[in-house]
Design a protein around this ligand. Structure first.
Ligand code: PGA
Length: 253
């Protein structure tokens, strides 16, 4: 079991050019200079990953990637090796983000291979799940989340020292300015927990269940108070160091 209780990760997506990523890394390094609370992770794009890693290495901030391939080495043109991410100082990797599921047709059999490969090299996977708006409106939310978890975590076993993060990101909440309502937290996370109990009967307590989708410093207290939520995956609001600091500082007590 990890020695920290909450995790807040910044997902910069493909929103910044190289210069902007480096500037933001500098701003994060100075904003988080005296911040010692665990566990805050920055996930830049691949091209700036090692440069950003250099800039934040004197702080408590951790480095994460936004994706990776499921093999460590071989004839896989254009792909990114999990072993190389590890070598470059990454500790986390986001897997199965809905933007990759949507634009690149990633499904949970692919995501499952990636989760296994990440654990194998010692990266902590942040596996994303989340329902579409129409699935929510049709009352299919719980069923969709549970099936995603069953497939994504099929045949997974956590060895000593390995952690797993499950990010619940309702697709309709991402970048929409409309986060999940308080009244929906309990229902969705209890569906998630029961699927985790089924798939990892002895280790479900070791899985961090975090939330992502339109989190900002105005609504963070809602998530900080929710017992079910062990952390946050932050997109838009992680692109400004002061705003991201307020979120992390409020979330992690
Ligand atoms: P958002 O993105 O915070 O901009 O809604 C979250 C995510 O996609 O991880």
């Amino acid at each position: 079991m990890s020695d920290f209780k909450k995790i807040v990760a910044a997902n910069w997506k493909m929103k910044l050019n190289v210069g902007q990523s480096l500037e933001l890394a500098d701003a994060m390094a100075s904003q988080f200079q005296d911040f010692s609370k665990q566990e805050v992770v920055i996930c830049p794009d691949f091209l700036t990953l090692s440069l950003v890693g250099e800039k934040i290495k004197k702080t408590a901030l951790k480095l994460g990637a936004q994706d990776m391939f499921w093999e460590e080495r071989g004839s896989y043109t254009g792909e990114i090796s999990p072993a190389d991410l590890k070598e470059l100082g990454c500790q986390y990797v986001i897997l199965g983000h809905s933007e990759r599921r949507g634009y690149l047709d990633e499904d949970y059999s692919i995501i499952n291979k990636k989760v296994k490969a990440a654990l194998k090299v010692g990266l902590t996977p942040i596996m994303c799940v989340g329902e579409k708006e129409e699935e929510k409106n049709n009352g299919q939310r719980d069923e969709v989340l549970q099936e995603q978890i069953r497939q994504g975590l099929s045949d997974i076993k956590l060895d000593a020292g390995q952690s797993l993060v499950l990010a619940y990101e309702p697709i309709w909440a991402i970048g929409s300015g409309q986060a999940i309502k308080d009244s929906d937290i309990q229902g969705s996370y209890s569906a998630i927990r029961s699927a985790l109990k089924e798939i990892l009967p002895e280790q479900h307590n070791e899985v961090f269940t975090i939330y992502g989708g339109s989190v900002d410093s105005d609504n963070v207290s809602q998530f900080a108070q929710a017992e079910e939520i062990d952390g946050l995956l932050v997109g838009g609001a992680s692109l400004e160091a002061g705003e991201f600091f307020r979120i992390a500082d409020n979330m992690i007590k």
